[in-house]
Each structure stands twice: as C-alpha cells, then as structure tokens.
Design a protein around this ligand. Structure first.
Ligand code: NAD
Length: 339
C-alpha cells in the first residue's frame, strides 16, 4: 500500500461518503475507518465496500487515548481526515459536556498522537480537520463568511467545533503538526441520521406526521450535497496548502420553511398524493435557544485554488436523497430504533 489514511467518524453520515470515495478511488491506499459507533455511527452505511482489501474498520473511542495509540502502533499513518464528532446542535443544548469531551478533548488526543508518532518525520503528513460554518456565528440578511471572518459560535456544538479548530491551528503553530481545516455548510444526502432536518422531514412526510418548524421558519441555511462535500475533502486533502482553511458551501441558500415546502411538493409527486396535502402537516413550534438566523459561505478560495464547485443542483440532490430514503426505509426504521 502506498499510504495509510486514518479516517475518524467513517461510519457516520459524511464520513461514510468520504470512506467510500477513498476506498474506491485509491485502491493503493489503506483506508482505516476509526469509529466508536455511537448512536450516529452505522456500519450499514458501508456495506458495499466492507470486503474491499484496502479497507480496515477499527472500533475505537477518541476519548480513550489507548484506542488511538493502538492504531498508530499497528499502522504507519500518513494522513488523518478527522470527522468524528458529536454533531447535533439540539443534543448539544441538552447535554453540552459530551460535545466538549469528544469534539475538543477527543481532537486534542488525536493531535497528541499525530505529534508523537510524526515527530521525527513530518514530510508528506497531513492532519485534516473537518469543521463547520457554524463557528462563524450568525449572519444578517446580506453578506457571506470568508475564511478570515471572526469566530462567533452560538451553540455548545459550534463552540466545541470552534475550540477544536483553534486547537488544530495551535498544534500547527506550536508543534508544527501539518494541518488543513475546512468549514462546510449544511450537508444533506443518503445515510444522514433522521435527527437532522431533511431526513426528519422526509420520514415525517412519509408517515404523514406533523412537520415541526422552529420559530417563524425563516432561518436560512446553505445546503450542500454530501457527495460534493466528499469530493471537496478529497481535493483539500491532496492539494490544499498546509496551514490553510477552506470554506466549502453549496451556494444554495434556503429558508427552512421554503425547503420543507419543496420537500412536501417533491414527495407528494413521488408518493402520488394530492399536491399540497403534505404542506398541511406543517406546524410551527417554539424556537430553540441560540438559533443562528443565517449562514452562508464565500467559496472563492476553494474555487480559485482547487477548482472545486458543487456538481449537482439542489433539486437534483434532493430528488436523489428522497429516492434513497424511499428505497431504504429499513435503514430509516432501524436507525430510529438505535436512538
Ligand atoms: P455524524 O453524527 O453523522 O457522524 C459522526 C461519527 O463520529 C459517527 O459515526 C460516530 O459514531 C462517530 N463518533 C462520535 N463520537 C466518537 C468518538 N468519541 N470516537 C470515535 N468516533 C466517534 O456526523 P456528520 O454529520 O457526518 O459530521 C461529520 C463531521 O463533519 C463532524 O465533525 C461535523 O462537525 C462536520 N460537519 C457536519 C456538517 C453536516 O451538515 N452534517 C456540516 C459541516 C461540518
């Protein structure tokens, strides 16, 4: 094998797409998927590639430094793509400490191991940390966040991700760990846990349950198809400049209420229901605290430096996503049972 790449959180939503891309595109790399299999991790996401000779799964917890050390002892790690995290904002409001533990301390343990094992030879090593646009906080009605926008996280989740970004940079500056960071907008697509907005709404429309919308529904998010994100991660990992961060966005802003109405319309058509019938399920509910109004990213840097841009339109991506959930209802129901 030419290289050994350690991907953390590979059994989760985005991680599973990254693992699949790397295992299939780079048969000469050994790809290690290190994942604790929390409620969010699901090996069924990777069933199609689990027998590939260059794929290794290791169940381990970032919070247990021995688990990480064992991987480094066993394999010569050349690169790390770090996705493992507690990732759901609402859960971070109910239980902030598990987010601080995994997202901050877990990242610190991983950095410590990279530092320890790479100390004598940093050549061609890469520690790539996957982060979120939520570290920048909330935007007004106009403007975009760039890579130099100040951090202003509003939820325990985004604060924990902001802290981990800072830690990664500090290990780069202090110990010369060769790092890359990307901050991405909201992802959607196959394998996403139904606690998140799009699969939650698909599931509820399917079951004809009420569709809860926070506040006035005018919260605005930028949406990116997860397969496009995985391709961007591949580019940044291989061609990004060490010590840099890159914003990755879909250039596709939607207010939550408009997004849910679009989902209703697409699903009514697919399920042969009267058009408009699912919209009647929409129900406004009490807002959550610390809810950011709008996020949107300037992606000029990755577009210019790495020639990346999203490849599918929102409607194409949503259609593919809905079709996947309709064809994988066993997955959807099984994931529900794991909560
Ligand atoms: P996810 O919740 O679907 O998956 C997280 C994975 O990490 C799971 O497989 C889980 O088992 C694993 N994990 C959790 N704690 C662990 C621990 N202590 N040790 C080892 N593994 C552990 O998350 P996701 O939506 O795929 O997000 C992946 C990364 O991308 C996260 O770092 C997240 O902050 C970032 N991100 C996500 C989005 C998004 O829209 N989903 C957007 C931008 C950035």
């Amino acid at each position: 094998m030419d290289k050994t790449i350690l991907i953390t959180g590979g059994a989760g939503f985005i991680g599973s797409h990254v693992v699949r891309l790397f295992v299939t595109k780079y048969p000469h790399y050994r790809i290690i998927n290190f994942d604790a299999l929390t409620y969010a991790g699901n090996l069924a996401n990777l069933r199609d590639i689990q027998e590939k000779p260059n794929y290794v799964f290791i169940q381990g917890d970032l919070n247990n430094i021995k688990d990480i050390e064992n991987v480094f002892d066993q394999y010569p790690i050349d690169g790390i793509i770090h996705l493992a995290a507690e990732s759901h904002v609402d859960r971070s409001i109910d239980d902030p400490h598990s987010f601080l533990q995994t997202n901050i301390l877990g990242t610190a343990y991983l950095l410590d191991m990279a530092r320890k094992y790479w100390k004598d030879n940093l050549d061609n090593k890469r520690f790539y940390h996957i982060s979120t646009d939520e570290v920048y906080g909330s935007l007004g009605d106009v403007g975009l966040f760039s890579e130099t926008s100040p951090y202003n996280p509003q939820s325990p989740y985004s604060a924990s991700k902001a802290a981990s970004d800072h830690l990664v940079r500090s290990y780069g500056n202090t110990y010369r760990v060769p790092y890359l960071i990307s901050n991405c907008s909201n992802n959607y697509g196959p394998n996403q846990h139904p606690e998140k907005l799009i699969p939650l709404m698909i599931k509820k429309i399917l079951k004809e349950e009420n569709l809860p919308i926070y506040g006035d529904g005018k919260y605005t998010r930028d949406w990116l198809y997860v397969v496009d994100h995985a391709q961007a991660i591949d580019l940044v990992f291989h061609q990004g400049r060490i010590g840099q961060s890159y914003n990755i966005g879909g250039q596709n802003e939607y207010q939550n209420i408009d997004l849910v109405k679009l989902l209703c319309q697409l699903m009514d058509e697919k399920l042969h229901r009267n058009v408009g019938s699912s919209e009647n399920l929409i129900q406004y509910v009490r807002d959550r605290p610390g809810h950011d109004r709008r996020y949107a990213l300037d992606i000029t840097k990755i577009a210019n430096e790495l020639q990346w841009k999203p490849s599918v339109t929102f409607e194409e991506g949503l259609n593919q996503t809905i079709d996947w959930y309709l064809q994988n209802q066993t997955w959807l129901n099984h994931v529900d049972l794991l909560i």
